[in-house]
Design a protein around this ligand. Sequence first.
Ligand code: NAP
Length: 310
Amino acid sequence: MSVIYQRVALIGLGLIAGSMAHAIRRRGLAGEIVGTARSAETRAIAAEIGLCDRVVGTAAEAVAGADLVVLAVPVGAMESVAAEIGPHLAPDATLTDVGSVKRDVIQAIGPHLPANVHFVPGHPLAGTEHSGPRSGFAELFDNRYTLLTPVDGTDPAATERLRTLWEGCGAIVEEMDPDHHDLVLAVTSHTPHLIAYTMVGVADDLRRVTDSEVIKYSAAGFRDFTRIAASDPTMWRDVFLSNKDATLEILGRFTEELFALQRAIRTGDGDHLYDYFTRTRAIRRGIIEAGQDTDAPNFGRGTHRKEGAE
Ligand code: NAP
């Protein structure tokens, strides 16, 4: 594949930006990759492992002359980064982000951008529970969706160019309205993470009572929860604070259904439980048929690395 952007600036050098750097290099999609991160430690690691062609000290320096700027910092940090780089963006540059929430991030970034910059928000639906500059890998986005949520007035040519980059990184790209994105992700990712955090928290309380039995006998379901609940605390705090309305809406529905299942167990309503589990089993089959997970036993552990956090 040929070069799509002459200079890509990665702001934040964690799992997602690192994976983008690897994936961009795999196909030679950029003339140069410049990166920066908040801490000197992360910048030093990135330089040591050669994550980018150049690692620089500030975001303002990183975006100079870049025709693509990617904000890959926690959602709560997007606004301050946008304010810092706004005056330094090159005319006609495209600015995108990879934040897990779209409406709040658009409102945080948008006002800081000059009129001659193309803003194309995005979200790769791929991740792991790992973070930091060493955690990225080139295959992270392969066959996974990246959602672009262009705002009113976005130049379609800028969106198309970014789509080509993500496709070059292995992703399947679709466009979506930002509010719809936030509702869908509340169902598929944000609320499940909250449930995993809660379940692991409950088990931790229990562990104090039963010593190490919760760990020792942890079955596949619980082990999966612990992996999800090991996801980065800053990232997930910001996701819930930013996607408040949609998450609360889905949590409300979840609680109602949980109460209904609780009642079915108490009253011995096996039909309710059986019908419910039959319906959910069909959803699982649909996900496998859509190629978004594997049917391998033990949740595919050891067979692919893309399981887990979005
Ligand atoms: P990560 O591995 O924790 O990396 C975050 C990067 O942002 C680090 O380089 C960090 O710098 C920098 N950073 C943190 N706070 C900052 C601040 N206040 N100002 C400037 N830079 C700051 O995170 P990630 O998993 O790549 O996530 C990045 C973004 O991708 C988030 O918005 C997240 O919602 C989104 N996302 C994550 C996943 C996932 O599963 N992980 C999936 C899709 C999208 P230091 O290392 O120097 O602190």
